[in-house]
Design a protein around this ligand. Structure first.
Ligand code: CU
Length: 162
């Protein structure tokens, strides 16, 4: 019974959103543009035995306000987490972010900074492979992106370990 009430409330909510969208001048409705666009998605190559891999991408919010990511998944991994790099005791550590808001404009996930962590990989990832990831957004959009596995270049950054 509670489930029915909840579903009803959700229907009412989506109805309200639709009414708001309908008030937008017709011109901007000609193409339903997604609010979030992914650019340059790639996964850093890891050894075949590695249980995890990092994914980098630029997420562009073309909307007027921030939108939250509510769920992340990939068929190649048991789970997907958002990790930030933080300095602790003189070392860079990864810290999982639980509330993920994408502000208007670009959010760049790049080596040495934030990344999406693909955890408990179900299969080895090879250079050139395309890794599908789905991001569910609070506005109802589902962003499906494909990240290409790229070879790792030696660099001075701290190794990424779990
Ligand atoms: Cu990580």
């Amino acid at each position: 019974m509670k489930g029915c009430l909840l579903a009803g409330a959700l229907l009412l909510m989506s109805g309200a959103v639709w009414a708001e969208a309908s008030a937008v001048p017709a011109k901007s409705l000609t193409s339903a543009k997604p609010q979030i666009i992914a650019r340059d998605a790639w996964v850093r190559e890891v050894p075949p035995v590695s249980p995890a891999a990092a994914l980098f991408v630029t997420l562009h919010n073309a909307g007027a306000k921030a939108v939250a990511i509510t769920k992340m998944s990939s068929p190649v991994a048991e789970r997907v987490e958002w990790h930030d790099m933080i300095m602790a005791d003189g070392h860079m550590r990864m810290s999982q972010r639980h509330v993920i808001e994408l502000p208007v404009g670009d959010t760049a996930l790049a080596p040495g900074a934030s990344h999406l962590m693909l955890l408990n990989l179900r299969q080895p990832l090879r250079v050139g492979d395309s890794v599908p990831v789905r991001l569910s957004l609070a506005n109802g959009e589902v962003l499906a992106l494909n990240a290409t596995v790229r070879a790792t270049q030696p660099n001075k950054q701290a190794p990424h370990e779990h």
